[in-house]
Design a protein around this ligand. Structure first.
Ligand SMILES: [Zn+2]
Length: 232
């Protein structure tokens, strides 16, 4: 019952963020700037600490962090292969797909945390719900920026909003070993750092090298920090 409510809240929060981004499309460079900071904020303030928390019984923090480097470099190679040459749309779809996989794992993290204990479950839930809104914004940003149209972006948004619900539901059927899950979170931290630093940051600044764009990126990271640290 509690999990059903959380799943619904995750869906609504993600959709709200994405629809806001779609509405403010004229200010896309500011949304992209915020998104860049938010993606990097999720990696530093949420995914990496969670990776260490889930994995520390099995591996040292330095081992877990090395999976972040692997994730970063893996995404770099994926980004450079000919798949993306000449056409931006596949790049947007791959970025959106990574965000959807992340949202699926957000749901899995909530379910696993509740398997550990109710208290841990509530902490992880708050961390996820507070950044789901920006997950929605980020999904829209990555598709729109790579010349995807509204309907394509909207389809990815719905998928991203449904993903945490599926993730929570999945944990009712099986249990994941904590060590393995820590590694997956660390890999995703690497993907997010790459998407933020090599895609969203340059793209937001490229056409609009304005002070405000930079301020939005710093604000994006700061909002995520406050959301995850102070509330979570
Ligand atoms: Zn998320």
């Amino acid at each position: 019952m509690l999990l059903t409510g959380i799943a619904l809240a995750a869906f609504v929060s993600t959709m709200a963020g994405g629809l806001l981004a779609l509405r403010l499309r004229d200010q896309l460079h500011l949304i992209l700037g915020f998104s860049a900071g938010a993606v990097i904020g999720v990696a530093f303030f949420d995914l990496l600490p969670e990776a260490v928390n889930f994995g520390f019984k099995f591996r040292s923090p330095s081992e877990i962090m090395s999976f972040t480097a692997i994730g970063f470099l893996f995404y770099l190679v994926l980004d450079r292969i000919s798949l993306f040459h000449g056409d931006a749309a596949p790049r947007g779809s791959v970025g959106a797909a990574v965000l959807c996989c992340h949202s699926l794992l957000d749901g899995v993290a909530i379910g696993l945390a509740f398997q550990a204990s109710r208290a841990v479950g509530i902490i992880v839930t708050i961390a996820v719900l507070t950044h789901d809104f920006s997950d929605g914004i980020n999904t829209m940003s990555v598709v729109l920026k790579n010349r995807g149209d509204r309907s394509v972006a909207f389809r990815w948004l719905v998928l991203d909003a449904v993903a945490p619900v599926l993730g929570i539901a999945a944990t009712l059927l099986f249990t994941l070993p904590g060590g393995g899950f820590g590694i997956v979170l660390a890999l995703f931290a690497g993907f997010f750092l790459y998407i933020g630093a090599s895609d969203l940051i340059p793209e937001s600044y490229h056409a609009h090298p304005k002070f405000l764009t930079t301020a939005m990126t710093v604000a994006g990271a700061a909002v995520l920090y406050l959301a995850i640290r102070c509330i979570g």
